[in-house]
Design a protein around this ligand. Structure first.
Ligand code: PLP
Length: 434
């Protein structure tokens, strides 16, 4: 039987749930990204670094909730924070709280922010931050990058699997420049300069294919933004886990940038986003000013996220834990790449940094992946990508269909060893179609 036929036969409960779901959700789904033909796998439980699907197969969780699941499922410290919040505090209190202040102080200290505001998602954080840049500068336009992903309404394409651009919020004020292309970026920013409020860039394009911005490129973006009198904003929603103070602190930029957006794991695994930076820019949200912008949101300071996020940052993902965790990811990437080379597979390309790993099948080898176009030009092998996904599920590895792995803190080392072996065995088994 083909891998897909085996998938169907092995996952009848997921299939049945999908058939029920399409009756009430468009496509049976409420997160477009999670749709995988012929139907998505439904998970019913997670524990530590593992998940179980509805047909009771067990997997090592390499999806890691697209990087928000860094602490794994029901980490003892996160669980304790949530339970004590339920028992001793309550859910939302309709007021500011001491815990909100405490968490804000921890975020400011860790990521070198003068002021911070909380939100419910990375998307929201980016939207509020961009609104701040427009109010602060009195300008309209925002420069972003092809393949960039800043949330569902701020998505700019890319072959790495970024959802298709959503045009709702785009209007005519978004300027899209090519990632890692210094000359074209300088030109685009200069052209927009008179009306440019901000330049928003990911230090690594996460959803766009785990593609690293070069230091020279990111420095050029920063300098071009400054030259245009526009604000320089880093989207660290995905990358803040890669270094103790966020990846931006390691890139030789003027640190901190004007604004930063955060999210994902920082809410302890609960819905969360935050944005912060310069006090004068963030002051556009100071409600003591009658002309301030409103930044409201019923759940912005919900007690569960304030407690769980703080517990995670203060007690679990300490700077030392962060460094060790990402070293583990780098070691895994190297081992995977060595295994792929041994199997004659220059066609398996690894991207990413630290605990975030992109894994792409291409017709030709790619030495440097500087943009999602480079992967496209190398000839994406979606047939191998899908075969890999089906077969890794059979081996007990839950990874995203598009080949993105976000490690979880406590995944046992022997499971990483087993994965290295499974990837090498896959390449060997399918040598004739590589
Ligand atoms: N920014 C980046 C870089 C992201 O990777 C994401 C989510 O994947 C977001 C923003 C949006 O965050 P959320 O899904 O919490 O809205």
């Amino acid at each position: 039987a083909t891998a897909e036929a085996r998938f169907i036969a092995n996952n009848l409960r997921s299939k049945q749930l999908h058939e029920l779901a399409v009756g009430v959700l468009p496509g049976g789904n409420t997160r477009s990204l999670l749709h995988t033909p012929p139907f998505p796998l439904s998970m019913k439980q997670g524990k530590g670094g593992y998940v179980w699907d509805e047909d009771s197969h067990k997997y090592v969780d390499f999806v890691g909730e697209l990087s928000a699941g860094l602490y794994g499922h029901s980490h003892p410290a996160i669980r304790a924070a949530i339970v004590s919040t339920l028992d001793d505090v309550g859910l939302s209190l309709g007021s500011t709280t001491a815990q909100e202040q405490r968490f804000a102080a921890a975020l400011c200290a860790r990521f070198h922010l003068a002021r911070v505001r909380m939100a419910n998602s990375g998307t929201e954080a980016n939207l509020h931050a961009l609104a701040a840049t427009r109010r602060f500068t009195g300008r309209r336009k925002v420069a972003v990058f092809a393949g960039g992903y800043h949330g569902a309404v701020l998505s700019f394409g890319g072959d790495g699997g970024t959802p298709a651009p959503n045009t709702v919020e785009r209007g005519d004020f978004i300027v899209v420049a090519p990632y890692n292309d210094i000359a074209a970026t300088r030109a685009a920013i200069a052209a927009a300069a008179p009306d440019l409020a901000a330049v928003l860039v990911e230090p690594i394009q996460g959803a766009g294919g785990c593609i690293r911005g070069t230091r020279d490129f990111l420095r050029a973006v920063q300098d071009a933004a400054r030259a245009a009198d526009a604000l320089f904003m880093l989207d660290e929603v995905m990358t803040s886990r890669l270094a103790p103070g966020g990846l931006g602190a390691t890139l030789g930029l003027d640190h901190p940038p004007d604004l930063v957006s955060l999210g994902k794991y920082l809410g302890g695994g609960l819905a969360f986003g935050a944005f912060g930076g310069r006090a004068d820019v963030m002051a556009v949200y100071d409600p003591r000013d009658p002309n301030a912008l409103a930044h409201s949101g019923t759940f912005n300071n919900n007690t569960l996220a304030m407690h769980a996020g703080y517990a995670g940052l203060a007690d679990v993902f300490t700077p030392d834990a962060c460094v060790a965790f990402n070293a583990k990811g780098d070691a895994l990437r190297v081992r995977l790449a060595v295994g792929a080379a041994r199997c004659g597979g220059t066609r398996l390309t690894f991207t990413g940094c630290g605990s975030l790993i992109g894994l792409y099948f291409t017709q030709r080898g790619v030495d440097v992946v500087a943009s999602s176009d480079d992967l496209a030009r190398a000839g994406r092998r979606t047939d191998l990508r899908d075969l890999f996904w089906f077969e890794m599920l059979e081996e007990g590895f839950w990874i995203t269909r598009r080949g993105f792995i976000a490690l979880i803190l406590d995944t046992p080392d022997d499971e990483l060893d087993r994965f290295v072996g499974a990837v090498a065995a896959f390449l060997e088994r399918h040598r004739e179609i590589m």
